[in-house]
Ligand binder design. Structure first.
Ligand SMILES: [Fe+2]
Length: 270
């Protein structure tokens, strides 16, 4: 992919994820438990509530895990699906189906019980994994060409319950900012604008229906890659919502093959 050519020094000597030992699920849980135990969870839970279901932590992931994610980015580069929606979005995505094959560490991290339990402590909700056929469950978003961006939007839940978004910084050699507005759905609280340029290893977490947000356009010779995890409180989706959600994912993110490939398969699922 020529569009991923970049002067970024972190990319010149990629350590491919395949060359790294893959930690067991138990290792991931114990590493994350150790990291999460060092955070002031009650204070962060209050902050999350005061910010209208939004939380930012600049130094979140253990460095080793951030490096594994950067290595995973290199492994999936040939599989990036580019999308362009005039006036709203330009960039690339790699869906969970591709990550399952090429970057299983990401799939293991997504399912970490330690991480999910901690997110439950922050939200007060019982969280579930997104269904097997949801390409957003875990995905990498690539900003590699000048102008790549996404306009103002919510991460609308098409599920019957809430949809939470966790963003993890992976590569940020860019001037892109995640701009956001807190409290837009609570008329009694004034909207509060904010902006963050989240570095590798940083954590951004929010209720998708509550946070209005965008990513500002990529500049020349810049690159940015972000990992997203999606958790839900009720994985059921009504048929019409399913249709809208699939069409949006096909056009705006992953392409029709990735979104609809599972529908006609054995048992209708992966
Ligand atoms: Fe979003």
């Amino acid at each position: 992919m020529s569009d991923t050519a970049t002067p970024d020094s972190t990319l010149t000597q990629p350590a491919h994820a395949a060359a790294l030992d893959r930690p067991s699920k138990r290792d991931i849980d114990s590493t994350l438990n150790a990291r999460l135990a060092s955070l002031q969870t009650p204070k962060l839970r209050d902050e999350y509530g005061q910010q209208g279901s939004f939380l930012y932590i600049e130094d979140f992931l253990p460095r080793d895990y951030t490096e594994r994610l950067i290595a995973a980015v290199h492994d999936v580069m040939p599989s990036v699906n580019r999308n362009y929606l005039p006036g709203h979005k330009a960039g690339g995505s790699v869906s969970r189906h591709t990550l399952d094959k090429l970057a299983p560490f990401i799939a293991d991290l997504y399912r970490s019980e330690a991480l999910i339990k901690w997110l439950e402590a922050i939200t007060g909700d019982k969280l579930q994994l997104s269904p097997q056929d949801d390409p957003h469950a875990y995905a990498l978003y690539f900003y590699t060409r000048p102008g790549d961006h996404i306009g103002w939007h919510y991460d609308t839940s098409y599920y019957e319950g809430r949809r939470y978004t966790l963003l993890l910084g992976v590569i940020d050699d860019s001037s892109c900012k995640l701009d956001y507005e807190l409290h837009t759905k609570t008329p009694e609280v004034p909207d509060q604008p904010g902006s963050v340029q989240y570095p590798p290893g940083a954590f951004v977490f929010f209720d998708g229906d509550k946070l209005r947000h965008r990513v500002t356009p990529l500049g020349e010779n810049e690159m940015r890659v972000s990992l997203t995890f999606e958790y839900v409180t009720n994985p059921n989706m009504r048929p019409f919502q399913r249709f809208i959600s699939n069409m949006k994912d096909s056009i705006a993110y992953f392409g029709f093959r990735q979104v609809f490939r599972r529908k006609g398969g054995k048992n209708g699922q992966a």
